[in-house]
Design a protein around this ligand. Structure first.
Ligand code: F6R
Length: 604
């Protein structure tokens, strides 16, 4: 949510800042801007919309210099227009910011003698700092004093026209990393932003701030004490991935899943059907409850896992939407295992839930795709998804990797708690081992699903139904459809429909029913008939057995590969992804960067 890049050195920086911004565009794309510091002071270029608009602006009005900061915005305060685009300037100061300054109105009131040119919360930072400079403080002291006045979440990069070639940086709540170079220093919201610049990163800790110059950097803690922070060396695989021959990152990521589920699995199941080292560090036998917290798609993965842990391991599971979790005063037993589930490892609410549980004395783990993320660093234990960079804003491969990891952990719990015989455990491990092949087979339904998407694309609203572990898959199907096609969609437990929502069913309302041929199949089919009797247009996602039995009752039926009920949710989710993708493509929406969204939600 908002991306920041900064470079300070001796060579020109604008082109490289733009390159870094392109890698961060998934974090927000309402507007973008860049500021440089050169012999004639601070200069900036800003544009509404995506980074291409900023590139156009720069080609008309080029700016460059040996130091610069750049930003891609996801609007919180103030509509996405040029005036609200970062960098914000006040006097000698230019700043870019990711996060929310919660007390910005109070600061604005205090600084009412100053002229504000935007509606943003960010602009107060530049004014506060400029006031301190005007009062005679050095840039460094002014920066430290400014930070003390800010409340809220921020990652920020700031430059001062003071004759020094420096960038000031700070982190409180939103991630920020320093990249170490040779005669140059870098700043970035994440490793992806810095992929072409540096592999040696320092992740600022909560309350840290830093001064960067071409020769080096110094980090200070929240008490302004100079501190040393560890250097993380980033492996080559963490660079931004390319789209290749695919039309969209999302499609590429959907097609990567036969590989990514295996990459995930390798961490949790070792050779000869033994659990891997990572999984073995967890002891589900010594806990009486599992607390899973996440947002959006990651939360639906956690919801599926609840079915697994309860059914196979007999372990009680609470799943919470992270944004609700800490504010509802959950009753937590210290004898619980907490797992934060997150692709980015930076989602503000999930991170807050993790910290809350850590403070409450729970054992904490973070299941994340970005192993350098804040959650990975702060949890007692970090568990990787290994899905590789996910660039499409709508999560696909991270979801199936989350499911794969959680399924492995549920099996481990079942074995540790003596709920599954060695033979049954081995059978389920084999099912997981066959996952990659089944995901490949599921992708063969692509052409068929593409045709169905044409029918779905004319709808204004759609329902997704499922039972058991297919309920969260129905939720996920609805979420995927609404976020990239902008068609209103709701996921429901099939049995719940007649308690109200069935009133919305009328002739040709699309109802997507996710029902593999399992023990709940007949019940789901009954619910399907109830809506079909009211004119609904049924799109049945099932398997060959289900297709044979109930395909004729549906407007269209998709036979996904038959799978053991244990892994069927993972297989059925592929159908949901393809349906949403093709519907969005039919409608011509911006699939990889849907309106109003950002990939990494680092504000509450
Ligand atoms: C939807 C989607 C989001 C994320 C959610 C959590 O396709 O991607 O719902 O799942 O914002 O993000 P992470 O997993 O990074 O915590």
């Amino acid at each position: 949510m908002c991306g920041i890049v900064g470079i300070v050195g001796t060579e020109t920086v604008t082109a490289r800042l733009i390159d870094g911004l392109k890698r961060l565009e998934y974090r927000g794309y309402d507007s973008a801007g860049v500021a440089v510091l050169n012999g004639s002071g601070l200069k900036r270029a800003r544009a509404k919309g995506k980074i291409v608009a900023l590139i156009d602006e720069l080609s008309d009005n080029p700016i460059d210099g040996p130091a610069g900061i750049a930003h891609t915005r996801w609007a919180t305060h103030g509509e996405p227009n040029i005036a609200n685009a970062h960098p914000h300037f006040a006097g000698k100061v230019g700043v870019v910011h990711n996060g929310i300054i919660e007390n910005y109105q109070d600061i604005r009131a205090e600084l009412s003698h100053r002229t504000f040119t935007s509606e943003t919360d960010t602009e107060v930072i530049a004014h506060l700092m400029d006031e301190a400079l005007e009062a005679g403080q050095s840039s460094k002291d002014a920066f430290a004093a400014t930070l003390k006045k800010l409340r809220g979440a921020y990652a920020l990069a700031l430059m001062v026209d003071d004759g020094q070639n420096e960038i000031y940086a700070a982190r409180a709540g939103s991630p920020l990393a320093i990249g170490i170079g040779d005669g140059e220093m870098y700043l970035g919201s994440d490793a992806l932003a810095l992929a072409q610049l540096s592999r040696e990163l320092i992740y600022l800790e909560e309350g840290d701030w830093a001064v960067l110059s071409p020769k080096g950097f110094q980090v200070y803690d929240q008490n302004d004490k100079a501190v040393k922070r560890d250097v993380t060396v980033i492996t080559a695989g963490m660079g931004a991935s390319e789209k290749g021959d695919y039309d969209h990152y999302m499609l590429k990521e959907i097609y990567e899943q036969p590989i990514t589920v295996n990459a995930t699995l390798k961490n949790y199941l070792a050779e000869r059907d033994q659990f891997g080292d990572i999984a073995q560090k967890l002891d589900f036998n010594s806990v009486d409850r599992l607390v899973l917290t996440a947002c959006g798609t990651a939360c639906y993965a956690a919801e599926v896992a609840k079915y697994w842990f309860e059914q196979y391991a007999g372990l009680a599971v609470d799943v919470d939407i992270a944004s609700e979790f800490r504010y509802r005063h959950p009753v937590l037993s210290p004898n619980s295992q907490f797992i934060a589930v997150s692709q980015s490892g930076e989602t503000a609410d999930t991170l807050a839930a993790l910290r809350y549980c850590k403070d409450a004395g729970l054992k904490t783990a973070a299941l994340v795709n970005v192993m350098t993320s804040t959650m990975a660093r702060e949890a007692d234990m970090a568990m990787p998804l290994n899905a590789g960079p996910e660039i499409g804003v709508a999560s696909t491969k991270a979801f199936t990797s989350q499911l794969t990891a959680l399924a492995s952990l549920a099996l481990l719990a079942a074995v540790q708690r003596g709920k599954l015989s060695g033979e049954d455990a081995e059978k389920q491990m084999q099912n997981l081992g066959a996952l990659s092949l089944l995901v490949s087979t599921a992708l063969e339904q692509d052409t068929h699903i593409k045709k169905l998407a044409k029918d779905l694309s004319v709808a204004k609203s759609a329902f997704f139904l499922g039972r058991g572990a297919m309920v969260p898959i129905a939720f996920e199907g609805a979420l995927k459809l609404k976020e990239i096609s902008y068609i209103h969609a709701e996921g429901y437990a099939a049995g719940e429909l007649k308690h109200g929502p069935i009133a919305l069913i009328e002739k040709d309302t699309p109802v997507i029913v996710v029902a593999p041929h399992d023990r709940l199949f007949e019940k789901t089919v009954s619910n399907m008939q109830e809506v079909a009797a009211r004119g609904a247009r049924i799109f049945l996602f099932t398997d060959s057995e289900g297709h044979k039995e109930a395909g004729h009752m549906a407007f269209a039926s998709v036979a996904m590969p038959a799978a053991d009920p244990f892994i069927a949710p993972i297989i059925q989710s592929i159908g949901m992804q393809l349906l949403a993708y093709h519907t969005a493509v039919t409608l011509g929406t911006d699939v990889d960067q849907p309106r109003n969204l950002a990939k990494s939600v680092t504000v509450e």
